[in-house]
Write a protein that binds this ligand. Structure first.
Ligand code: G3P
Ligand code: MG
Length: 241
């Protein structure tokens, strides 16, 4: 696993400065000196892997419908930048494989979040693992693969025993320790609202890295890092010096 330099992971790229989950947002993070970006992977109806966050196409594209119900050709025709600003008109929803190719020359590492559209946990996990097998450069430390979906994570662990995995939790789960241990997780990724100094200590005491999302205030980032959180996901890769 690569180092996270300033305790900040660029959430969906530098998503405060460019449209989230696009090559433009990843380029922006790179030139800002960010060492780690996070992005989300979902499948189209015909099984192509795209870097995209919502089920619905409405918020971040000029398309209609849901990502898991339309095919790749339609998704490739959409504009994923105009909603953010005119400057980014023409920006595309990236294919996952194109982002992996971008990562082969960009001096930056990645947290790849598997975000299955409904009923596609296994298919999405297998697709992500097979893309990594094909496109991740041998010379680069492995990425960190995370998900809220435990079924996806268990399958990743079975398929690629050496893959660093992160368990994402949006609300506190009393079984986190058993799940993380069964999955041989590298890290836990918690909603910032669920963290207390005691919970941070409990997770750190078991030897896991701990990342909190989504933190866009400096003061909150500093407090979490003081508690022992290892890094925060932020839309501002330059949140901390
Ligand atoms: O991976 C951290 C964070 O991205 C999880 O939530 O909804 O932004 O994908 P979300
Ligand atoms: Mg995410």
């Amino acid at each position: 696993m690569a180092q996270i330099n300033n305790g900040v992971i660029g959430h969906r790229g530098a998503s405060a400065y460019a449209p989230e989950n696009t090559i433009a947002a990843f380029n922006k993070a790179l030139v800002m000196g960010c060492s780690f970006i996070e992005f989300d992977v979902m499948l189209s109806a015909d099984g192509e892997a795209f870097v995209f966050h919502d089920d619905s196409l409405k918020r971040t594209t000029n398309g209609k419908g849901e990502i898991g119900l339309v095919d790749a050709e339609y998704l490739c025709s959409l504009d994923a930048g105009r909603w953010f600003s005119k400057e980014y008109q023409g920006e595309k929803i990236p294919l996952f494989r194109d982002v992996l190719k971008w990562l082969t020359f960009a001096d930056i590492s990645a947290n790849i979040e598997i975000k299955p559209y409904r009923n596609t946990a296994k298919q999405t996990a297998v697709t992500v693992m097979s893309h990594l097998n094909r496109y991740w450069p041998q010379s680069k430390p492995l990425p960190l693969v995370s998900s809220f979906d435990k079924e996806a994570l268990y399958l990743c662990r079975d398929l690629v025993p050496e893959m660093p995995l992160g368990l994402l939790l949006d609300s506190w789960d009393g079984h986190w320790s058993t799940t993380a241990s069964e999955l041989q997780c590298y890290s836990l990724h918690l909603n910032k609202r669920e963290l207390t100094s005691e919970r941070v200590q409990a997770i750190k005491a078991e030897g896991y890295k701990l990342f909190a999302y989504t933190v866009n205030s400096k003061r909150q980032a500093r407090k979490l890092l003081e508690w022992g959180v290892d890094a925060v996901f932020s839309d501002y890769p330059d949140l901390l010096p």
